[in-house]
Design a binder for this molecule. Structure first.
Ligand code: GLU
Length: 441
């Protein structure tokens, strides 16, 4: 199998494009095939170097590699011109000055479903003969066979009057030259396929096998867009998702293996088959991605999680904080709002202070907790727990009547990792200092 991923670098790599890249990669890596990366940068205005870099960057982050150097479509212009000349010489293509108006006039004369046929002229744009007879058949692995009657197809324009070739021509020539055996791409390209097949036919070559992937919808059933949350790979990274979780989740957008949800990349490579891809639109649901990401977060070793968090936040020495946050975060971005108080001081949450610290008796409870923590033997989570539970016992109150004021005193708010772990991680001196700040002189 020789596959390719052929993004147009006109912006960020979106979720749909990332899924296309992933499926191609899984097929290549799972079946001992090869994957080519072709940058379709013929739109010179929108294909900026920054956009190209963004695509490399997104693929690298996703952990998707390719074989050999990337091919830049724009650099293949001489080859496209050569093939175009060959088709003109052989009479498979012809020059034509026909305008859109001429095409309409042709249809008025012959019927609206009749494909346009032009008269060869000395110059002008270049059209390919769509021909007569046997229809074009797209054998699509996912959608089955689609048949296109030639008589309904206009002779497609393959080059402009200035000699520059059109998109569908370039794609077919590039796929042919690269020896691509399987074209796996989004369903939005289905309508391009007959034009590309005509190019293969005109060159006397066999077309690749095609597989058009189903559209992506948001949870509301509408076509996926920014409204539905993170829409590009960069945004997924910034939202704190792990690449392995994103790979897993993207694989499930249009494909599945029974009821399995969590599938490692190894398993995906082993199990993924084009034949099992659904024809129905797939639903991107960020809540499900969050949940799945949480499973991956909990599977990391604390050391590995800390390394990822350090890279994500740009802060150092997060091992202990990572350890005590691991059960409570779903994304890397959840970490700092939960545990940043350990490093940057208590949060400013006046409501929490009012509700918890300005209640009757809270001051006394906190003073007693302070004494217990100051006197505790050792300061690991067990020692902290014993000290605070002794206060609960002595005062005959509910545990949360003691734990919650301590939590708000050290965190400034009511959300934090486990209270004993948080206090222990903060250490005795800092814990007492924060409690004293609340108690006042
Ligand atoms: N360049 C096209 C895109 O980014 C893909 C073309 C293809 O896969 O044939 O959507």
């Amino acid at each position: 199998m020789r596959l390719r991923f052929a993004p147009s670098p006109t912006g960020a790599l979106h979720i749909g494009g990332a899924r296309t890249a992933l499926y191609n990669w899984l097929l290549a890596r799972g079946g001992g095939g090869e994957l080519l990366l072709r940058i379709e940068d013929t739109d010179r205005e929108r294909s900026t170097p920054e956009n190209v870099e963004q695509i490399f960057d997104a693929l690298r982050w996703l952990g998707l590699d390719w074989d050999g150097d990337p091919v830049f479509q724009s650099r293949r212009a001489p080859r496209h011109a050569e093939v175009l000349a060959r088709l003109l010489d052989s009479g498979r293509a012809y020059h034509s000055n026909a305008t859109a108006q001429d095409v309409r006039a042709f249809k008025d004369r012959h019927g609206s479903d009749k494909g346009f046929r032009g008269e060869p002229e000395p110059g002008g744009a270049v059209r390919l003969h769509a021909g007569e007879g046997e229809p074009l058949r797209v054998a699509d692995v996912i959608r089955g066979e689609t048949v296109f009657a030639r008589e309904h197809m206009d002779d497609p324009v393959i080059a402009r009057a200035d000699g520059s070739v059109l998109y569908n021509f370039a794609v077919a020539v590039d796929d042919l030259d690269a020896g691509i055996t399987h074209v796996v791409r989004g369903e939005d390209h289905l309508s391009n396929t007959p034009k590309q097949l005509l190019v293969f036919e005109a060159l006397g070559a066999q077309a690749p096998v095609y597989a058009h992937l189903p559209l992506l919808h948001g949870p509301d059933g509408k076509k996926l867009s920014k409204r539905h949350g993170a829409a590009s790979v960069q945004e997924l990274r910034d939202a704190g998702y792990l690449p392995e979780a994103v790979r897993n989740y993207l694989a499930l957008l249009g494909w599945g293996h029974g009821d399995d949800t969590k599938l490692s990349t190894d398993e995906l490579q082993r199990l993924f088959r084009l034949e099992d891809v659904s024809r129905n639109p797939a639903r991107f649901d960020e809540q499900k991605l969050r949940w799945l990401n949480g499973l991956y977060v909990r599977e990391l070793s604390p050391r590995e999680l800390a390394a990822r968090l350090e890279e994500f936040t740009g802060r150092a020495n997060l091992l202990e904080a990572a350890r005590i946050s691991q059960e409570k975060i779903q994304t890397l971005a959840d970490f700092w709002p939960l545990s940043g108080f350990l490093f940057d001081g208590p949060r400013d949450d006046p409501q929490a202070r009012e509700r918890v610290l300005e209640r009757n008796g809270a001051h006394d409870v906190l003073a007693q907790a302070r004494e217990a923590l100051a006197a505790a033997e050792g300061f690991d989570p067990d020692a902290v727990e014993a000290a605070l539970r002794a206060v609960v016992e002595a005062r005959g109150v509910k545990p949360k009547d003691v734990f919650q004021p301590v939590r708000v005193a050290i965190a400034g708010t009511t959300v934090s990792p486990g209270i004993f772990e948080s206090v222990a991680t903060l250490g005795r001196a800092e814990t007492l200092r924060r409690i004293d700040a609340v108690l006042g002189p």
